[in-house]
Design a protein around this ligand. Structure first.
Ligand SMILES: Nc1ncnc2c1ncn2[C@@H]1O[C@H](COP(=O)(O)OP(=O)(O)O)[C@@H](O)[C@H]1O
Ligand SMILES: [Mg+2]
Length: 213
């Protein structure tokens, strides 16, 4: 398995979330989700999709049911979102009384005039059946009436300091034993996206394995 896939976050503790207030809300959706749909809004690479996936995975563990196509991108969902989503909702709810959970990434990709009003109505009529967790890079491209149905969390990309504990645990999982100061120093001058950061961690692991041969 590739290094980045191996180190994808699985639990709330694996997520790197800059703001402690946001972390508390995301934790509440992992533990015992409030009824209100959740929208994670912020720039690309902030970790929105990974947080939505961890919330969903927690839900599926709790519900102990089935799930199949629970994660969608609004751009590919298109106009007939209702059929696609309801097929999954029925699948998740077969023999299971708990609500279904659906993740919709880049929800602003729904057409503002033709799709968003229908989606807002869909959310209202199915609210007793579906928990929605959505992400967006462009909150301003969303219809106000749809936005107001969500608990909106503005997520900022974590700083290098925020990443230190997570990087330490990734290195430890790879059999390395750095101190927290070593990791802080390793990340000090790093200037890139979360994806580049994972690559840097991989390079560090490879370099240390070469050094110990
Ligand atoms: N806690 C984490 N641990 C490991 N990788 C992470 C973590 N958070 C984010 N990533 C990685 O960072 C990248 C960006 O995260 P993503 O959730 O896709 O951002 P967004 O949806 O906000 O654009 C992805 O490659 C993801 O796997
Ligand atoms: Mg995303």
């Amino acid at each position: 398995m590739s290094f980045d896939l191996k180190h994808l976050p699985h639990t709330f503790a694996d997520l790197v979330i800059a703001n402690p207030l946001n972390a508390a809300v995301i934790k509440s959706y992992c533990d015992q989700p409030p009824a209100k749909p959740l929208l994670l809004a912020g720039p690309p690479g902030a970790g929105k999709t990974e947080a939505a996936r961890v919330i969903a995975q927690n839900h599926f563990l709790r519900a102990q049911g089935h799930c199949m196509h629970w994660e969608h991108n609004a751009a590919s969902l298109g106009k007939d979102f209702e059929d696609k989503i309801m097929a999954e909702v029925n699948y998740q709810m077969f023999g299971n009384s708990d609500k279904a959970l659906i993740v919709i990434n880049e929800i602003d990709e729904m057409d503002l005039r033709s799709v968003q009003p229908k989606f807002r109505e869909f959310m209202d009529t199915k609210r007793h059946l579906i928990r929605f967790v959505a992400t967006t890079n462009h909150k301003n491209r969303m219809m106000g009436a749809m936005l107001s149905r969500f608990r909106v969390l503005a997520i900022d990309p974590p700083s290098n300091t925020d990443w230190v504990p997570r990087v330490l645990s990734m290195l430890q999982a790879e059999g390395l034993n750095p101190t927290i100061q070593d990791v802080a120093q390793m990340l000090q001058s790093f200037n890139g996206t979360a994806r580049d950061l994972i690559d840097l961690v991989e390079e560090t692991v490879i370099a240390s394995k070469v050094a110990t041969l």
